[in-house]
Write a protein that binds this ligand. Structure first.
Ligand code: ATP
Length: 233
């Protein structure tokens, strides 16, 4: 579904991503794990069209997307939930969800709102509340709900567990699995390697901009290298 080939990304003289290749098959949860600064966010932003690659190709459903504008990429079926959620403050919960549907061509959105209220009942209770006054976990749910309103076939999640209490992390990861079951493919970027690999069909380990290991979620969880470097021994 998504194929990244020989991708490199620079910020001026700094090379953040080095000749990275990987793929995401339809229906999978794929986790990309790595320490701070490994290049995870840069890869997601490049898929979304927010950063330009210096080399390589990104193919989505058979079409090259690496030169497309971000809104075209959303319209084609990829939606990103950014690190730190970035909900729109000054807008209500409902208005934030409406923004997610902004690029849709169909107007048949009611059942999608209903699905989101089913998944995130707390959002339904807070529809008229300013998004910036939600708790961190609630903002994460809103950011995910907003991304789902564009009806993506591929959902990109950037560190959904960041800054959340363990109970919220568990809930968010359950919801990610539910999203997969309902047919959306997921590419997940995480520092919380244990959670990310435990729900992943497959995973990749990124170190200083390069992929150094790959395997099924289970294989990586059991790998001595992963245990030592990312799971606390
Ligand atoms: P984190 O988990 O801390 O967000 P990450 O794996 O997502 O880390 P990136 O944010 O992709 O890593 O950063 C990769 C490298 O690129 C880092 O060395 C970072 O300092 C650098 N970098 C990221 N954004 C910029 C920028 N706008 N300008 C210059 N360098 C940048």
């Amino acid at each position: 579904m998504l194929k990244i080939e020989n991708l490199s990304v620079h910020y001026g003289m700094i090379q953040a991503v080095r000749d990275v290749s990987f793929e995401v098959n339809q229906g999978e949860i794929v986790s990309l794990i790595g320490a701070n600064g490994a290049g995870k966010t840069t890869i997601l932003r490049t898929i979304s069209g927010l950063n330009q690659p210096s080399q390589g190709t990104i193919t989505f459903e058979g079409q090259p997307i690496q030169k497309k504008a971000p809104r075209k990429i959303v319209a084609q079926g990829i939606s990103q939930v950014p690190e730190g959620r970035h909900v729109f403050s000054g807008l209500t919960v409902l208005e934030n969800l409406e923004m997610g549907a902004y690029l849709r061509k169909d107007s048949d959105t009611q059942k999608d709102y209903d699905h989101i209220y089913e998944k995130f009942p707390i959002l339904k209770e807070r529809l008229s509340q300013d998004a910036s006054t939600l708790s961190g976990g609630e903002q994460q749910m809103l950011a995910m709900g907003r991304a789902l309103m564009s009806k993506p076939r591929l959902l990109l999640l950037d560190e959904p567990s960041m800054g959340l209490a363990p109970i919220f992390i568990k809930e968010i990861f359950n919801i990610i699995q539910e999203i997969q079951k309902q047919g959306t493919t997921v590419l997940l970027i995480e520092q919380n390697a244990k959670m990310a690999l435990s729900i992943a069909d497959r995973g990749y380990v990124l170190e200083t901009g390069k992929i150094v290991l790959s395997g099924t979620g289970k294989e990586l969880l059991e790998s001595e290298e992963v245990k030592k470097a990312y799971l606390g021994g």
